[in-house]
Design a protein around this ligand. Structure first.
Ligand code: GLV
Length: 329
């Protein structure tokens, strides 16, 4: 197979995958920790056959229109909201993601956020570091049980399912809303489907978001949905920041219309230090790391590299979301 040009938009995250690609192709890497500036991304796209991207690299109409060489974009992520898939298809560019390798890590993390928020683990740590632990007094840190509570999952894909599996061990009642009903999971995990999302917001003690960011889900959780939640309920977001209206969330937590929120994703990212959400003790925020265990990052890198290799060889890709793009070349 002829050597082709591949651009990898971050070097330090997936060195093994880069090494593997470099055995077969000419790999150009952006070797800074921050993302390549837009002009660099456009220039590289115009020269290469494949790009291995992160979620912050925007692959849009402008980029796709000014390259005639690009044949595959492999995102090292399961989400693909940074890529205009319809436009890529019309330009004959294959788009790939990394499902099936990160859902367990994301589910672990979701549970970590839920427990940490409900039982004031991160808050307690913050208070200790601020010098606030002077006497034995549990009262400022009294939390809410996760065990036996009702978990509402929105989006029952691989990650939602992995979260539900963990929740069974906590004896939770699990209700879900998803585009596709999953009778086999209802049977095997004892979970209950709700025909509309409002029921999830109304009934759940913990609402956990696992749907992808699309035009339909952008700012889907706003003051109306938050207003349906109980004052004792918590919101957990590990999908994309832009699924939740941050102003409405601030108001809901500040006005105590919900009990708190744990967010691995924010709008914008990184969240600004002056963001009002950071003033609320019952909002817990992590820097978009739900999938980031060392084993999972490695697997995501390997899968992204395998997607590029297969696409350039004309072989079936491990995970391609628009195989019909081939016919447009
Ligand atoms: C991470 O956010 C991903 O989409 O994999």
């Amino acid at each position: 197979m002829a050597r082709e040009k591949i651009f990898v938009t971050r070097e330090h995250i997936i060195p093994e995958a880069i090494k593997y690609l470099a055995e077969h192709h000419d790999v150009d890497v952006w070797d800074e920790r921050s993302m390549p500036p837009r002009d660099v991304l456009l220039k590289k796209a115009a020269e290469c056959a494949g790009m291995l991207t992160e979620i912050t690299d925007i692959v849009d109409k402008e980029l796709l229109e000014q390259t005639s060489t690009l044949r595959v974009v492999a995102n090292r992520a399961v989400g693909m909201d940074n890529i205009d898939i319809a436009e890529a298809t019309s330009h004959g560019v294959l788009v790939a993601n990394t499902p099936g390798v990160l859902h367990e890590s994301c589910a672990d993390f979701t549970f970590g956020l839920m427990l940490s928020l409900a039982r004031n683990i991160a808050y307690g740590d913050r208070q200790i570091r601020a010098g606030a632990w002077k006497v034995f007094d549990q009262i400022p840190y009294v939390g809410t049980d996760v065990y036996d509570a009702t978990l509402g999952i929105i989006g029952m894909g691989l990650i939602g399912t992995a979260v539900a599996r963990r929740a069974t061990a906590f004896n939770m009642k699990i209700i879900y809303y998803s585009r596709t009903r999953k009778p086999e999971l209802e049977e095997s995990l004892g979970i209950e489907w709700r025909p509309d999302m409002d029921a999830i917001f109304k009934e759940a003690d913990y609402v956990s978001l696992h749907m992808p960011l699309t035009v339909e889900t952008e700012y889907m959780v706003s003051s109306r949905e938050l207003g349906l939640m109980k004052p004792t309920s918590f919101l957990i977001n590990t999908t994309r920041g832009r699924t939740v209206d941050p102003k409405a969330l601030y108001e809901a937590v500040a006005n105590k219309s919900i009990a708190g929120a744990a967010l691995d994703v924010t709008d914008p990212e990184p969240i600004g230090l002056d963001d009002p959400l950071l003033t609320l003790p019952n909002v817990l925020i992590s820097p978009h790391i739900a999938s980031a265990s060392s084993a999972t990052i490695r697997k995501m890198g390997q899968m992204a590299a395998a997607n590029i290799m297969a696409a350039l060889e004309g072989n079936p890709m491990p995970s391609c979301v628009n195989p019909e793009a081939v016919e447009r070349r």
